[in-house]
Structures are given as structure tokens and as C-alpha cells.
Design a protein around this ligand. Structure first.
Ligand code: FAD
Ligand code: UDP
Length: 387
């Protein structure tokens, strides 16, 4: 096979890889080869209909939400999307309360008098519709707010974060717990973005449409590292120097054979169960920020993907986080952003800069905790740069 027939080789069929491949093929009429080591397309967005007739996200629940008009416009080219606003409840003090913890959660956790007092103080201190990260709320000098912050910290953040990251909230990048702030509002949606939608028929169909182009060849079940070697600023594929654009969306440490050391990641185990009932829980996701449960959350897909499904059964999925270990066939899902990993990542970045036709794109290659919309935006930006 002559890989130099291609103008670009893209590694990974998630939103990063599929978006850049689609743009190069469709907009610039470039010949693209897209490779994935999995036997499916769509990266972590891959979905399928299971034995209960329910559309399942194999790699965890994926809710599409964005404030970016250009990204929303882009995804709408590849299929229809229906409005869906995600709601999450958390098991707090034996009750199910809205997460992000908000004014409704306060009403459910405290008696009427205390609740009225807390609301009054929060509104005075921060104002209505304000989002306050838990680590900031804990710094308040007001005794009542401080007590409330300790309650929320202990019952919503501490054990969930310990399970998810193996560390306390204050030891993790503040942006992580800041994703789910305390919300001084009656709004109990998980996200407040302008656009909140899910793909009719699922994500995989959207990706099929993105990659359906005569200029794109797809090669699945292929680990690019079995073909690629990186030497002295040159990229060799199957022994021949590749002169086109090489766009890589996998883990950067893996690309360079861990020469500076392994970057840290968190991984997840997903456990699926069938329940013989129409619905198992009141909303799509219930979080378990509890010490005793080993999983972080249970997702019931019927709520978010199969709203018209008449099945008398339902499928639920529990998420068990764990430390990522190389050679254990684990998937690196979450980069662990801290000073040490940033320094190590920079060493790889410096190495990557020696390869003029190498482009790093995506959650793993850019080593950032990006949502889908930001990944698509990164890919659109890269296209503008290289088209
Ligand atoms: P990926 O989707 O991971 O795609 C990378 C692809 O590259 C994979 O298919 C992989 O097999 C392939 N690959 C890697 N290395 C190689 C190699 N050497 N050779 C060949 N192929 C290779 N975002 C949201 O916006 N909303 C959500 O609700 C949401 N929920 C999430 C839930 C979970 C549990 C997780 C882990 C993430 C969630 N995300 C969510 C984030 C979302 O998954 C990412 O933003 C998105 O997957 C990033 O796309 P990507 O293309 O960079 O990476
Ligand atoms: N978090 C928490 N308790 C919750 C929800 C979130 O402690 O009930 C913290 C936890 O550290 C988590 C982070 O907030 O990793 C971000 O949560 P999000 O739901 O955005 O995580 P994701 O969906 O990306 O896994």
C-alpha cells in the first residue's frame, strides 16, 4: 500500500479525527486515510442498540451541549438532533436531590426555617443565578455559608471525587470540581448551554455520514503504532517516509513510545445490567457521591436516547473509575491535569514540534479535559490553519 497517495492520514475516528477528515475531504477535496484501532468508528461516542432495544453509549453517557454557534451549525449537517435537557439527581443524606446542588436541593436537605435563612444569605452574598465552585464556597467567612459548604463538600464532592480521581477535591485541578458548581438557582438542568441536543438515531449514524465521502478511506482494527515510526523529524509509515499531513488524536505518550515517561490518566469500567421494569430511576443519571457505593453514577439510557422506546425492560450502566495502567488493556479516558503532568506533556510537545507534518488534536493528544463541542471546535480551527 502506498500511503503517500493520501494527502492526510488521520488517526482516530472520534469527533477530533472525524471532523478534520470530513473537512479536508469535503471542503478541500483532499484524499484522507482515517485509521482506528477499534473495530468501530465514533471513538468514545460509539453507540448501538442492545438486546432490550435501547440505544446504548458503549463508553459512558454522552450529552451534547454547547454555546458555540459554529459547532452547532456544523453537527447539524450530518443528521437530525432532538432537544434533550439532561437532569441529574444525587443520593445525598439518603434522598435524591438535584445536582448541581441548587436551591431545590437546599429545600430537600434542610428544614423550612434553615432553608429560608440559607437562601436569603446566598442571594445577598452571591446573587440569583450565580454559579459558585465548591472550593470557593468553602472559603466564605460567613458561618452559615461555611456550614452549608462543608455539608455539600462532604455529601456531594468528597467521595465522588475520591472515587473518580483517587484524590480529594482540593488536590485535583480546581477546573474539575468547577464543572459542577453550586448553583444559586431553581434551574435543575445539568447544563445551561444554549444548545442541548441528542442525535436522532444515535452518534454512530452521525459519524457514518461524516465519513461517507469518496475522498475518505477507512481502516479499522488497526493500531497506527504498528505501522508508524517517528525518527529525526520524519514520519515513516510501513517503512516509507510519509510527506502528507499526519493528524494524530491518540495518546501523545504512546506515539513517542513513552520516551519521557507515562502521562497519568484515569480509566473507567462500565457495568451494564438489564432490569425487568419500564424505568429504574426518575432521571437519566443518578450520582452516588456516597462512601459505601463503589460506583460514581448510574445511567439509564432510555431517558436520553430512546424516549419513544416501548420496551418493558430497561438497561442501566454503572461507572467504576480506576487508575489507568499501561499493558492492562485499559482505556485512558481522563487526562489528569496537574503541574507534574503539564511538565511531562510539554516535553512531548517539544518533541512533537520537531515533526513539521505532525498535528496533535483531541482529548488525548492535546491532554485536555475537553467536551465534545470543544473538540469539534479545535478540529475546525485546525482545518482553518492547514486547509
Ligand atoms: P476519542 O473519542 O477518544 O477518539 C479517539 C480515537 O482514537 C478512539 O477511537 C481510539 O480508538 C483511537 N486511537 C487512539 N490511539 C490510536 C492508535 N494508536 N491507533 C489507532 N487508533 C487510535 N463530552 C461531552 O461533550 N458531553 C458528555 O456528556 C460527555 N460525557 C463523557 C463521559 C465519559 C465517561 C467520558 C470518558 C467522556 C465524556 N465526554 C463528554 C468527553 C468526550 O468523550 C470527548 O470530548 C471526546 O471523546 C473527544 O473526542 P476525541 O476524538 O478527542 O477522542
Ligand atoms: N463531581 C462530584 N460530585 C458529583 C458530580 C461531580 O464530586 O455529584 C465532581 C467530580 O470531581 C467530577 C467533576 O465534578 O469528576 C466533574 O463532573 P462531571 O459530571 O462534569 O464529570 P464527567 O461527566 O466529565 O465525568
Amino acid at each position: 500500500m502506498n500511503y503517500n497517495e493520501y494527502d492526510a492520514i488521520v488517526v482516530g475516528t472520534g469527533f477530533a479525527g472525524a471532523t478534520i477528515a470530513e473537512r479536508l475531504a469535503n471542503e478541500s477535496n483532499k484524499k484522507v486515510l482515517i485509521i482506528d484501532k477499534r473495530n468501530t468508528i465514533a471513538g468514545n461516542m460509539y453507540d448501538y442498540i442492545d438486546k432490550n432495544g435501547i440505544l446504548i453509549h458503549k463508553y459512558g453517557p454522552h450529552l451534547f451541549h454547547t454555546n458555540l454557534d459554529n459547532v452547532y451549525e456544523y453537527i447539524n449537517k450530518f443528521g437530525d438532533w432532538f432537544p434533550y435537557e439532561h437532569r441529574v439527581l444525587g443520593k445525598v443524606d439518603g434522598k435524591l436531590v438535584p445536582i448541581p446542588f441548587n436551591l431545590k436541593s437546599i429545600e430537600l436537605c434542610f428544614d423550612e426555617k434553615k432553608c429560608a435563612n440559607l437562601k436569603k444569605i446566598l442571594l445577598k452574598e452571591y446573587g440569583m443565578e450565580k454559579k459558585v465552585p465548591i472550593l470557593e464556597l468553602r472559603k466564605s467567612n460567613n458561618k452559615d455559608i461555611n456550614d452549608l459548604a462543608e455539608f455539600i463538600y462532604e455529601n456531594v464532592f468528597l467521595y465522588y471525587t475520591m472515587k473518580q480521581w483517587g484524590q480529594k477535591p482540593e488536590e485535583v485541578d480546581p477546573a474539575v470540581s468547577g464543572r459542577v458548581p453550586v448553583y444559586i438557582s431553581q434551574d435543575d438542568r445539568y447544563f445551561q448551554d444554549k444548545y442541548q441536543v441528542m442525535p436522532v438515531g444515535g452518534y454512530t449514524k452521525i459519524f457514518e455520514k461524516m465519513l461517507d465521502n469518496k475522498n475518505i478511506d477507512l481502516k479499522l482494527s488497526t493500531n497506527c503504532l504498528d505501522l508508524v515510526s517517528m525518527k529525526n523529524g520524519k514520519i515513516f509509515i510501513d517503512g516509507c517516509e510519509f510527506n502528507g499531513k499526519f493528524i494524530y488524536t491518540g495518546a501523545i505518550d504512546e506515539l513517542f513510545n513513552y520516551k519521557f515517561g507515562e502521562l497519568p490518566y484515569r480509566s473507567l469500567n462500565f457495568e451494564f445490567e438489564t432490569k425487568n421494569m419500564e424505568y429504574y430511576q426518575p432521571v437519566g443519571t443518578v450520582n452516588y457521591p456516597t462512601k459505601e457505593d463503589k460506583f460514581t453514577r448510574i445511567t439509564e439510557y432510555k431517558h436520553m436516547t430512546s424516549v419513544c422506546c416501548k420496551s418493558k425492560k430497561t438497561t442501566i450502566m454503572k461507572e467504576y473509575p480506576c487508575q489507568y495502567e499501561l499493558n492492562k488493556k485499559m482505556t485512558p479516558y481522563y487526562p489528569i491535569n496537574n503541574e507534574q503532568s503539564a511538565a511531562l506533556y510539554n516535553e512531548y510537545l517539544n518533541e512533537a514540534s520537531k515533526y513539521s507534518n505532525l498535528y496533535l488534536l483531541g482529548r488525548l493528544a492535546q491532554y485536555k479535559y475537553y467536551n465534545m463541542d470543544l473538540i469539534i471546535n479545535e478540529a475546525l480551527k485546525l482545518f482553518e490553519k492547514i486547509k
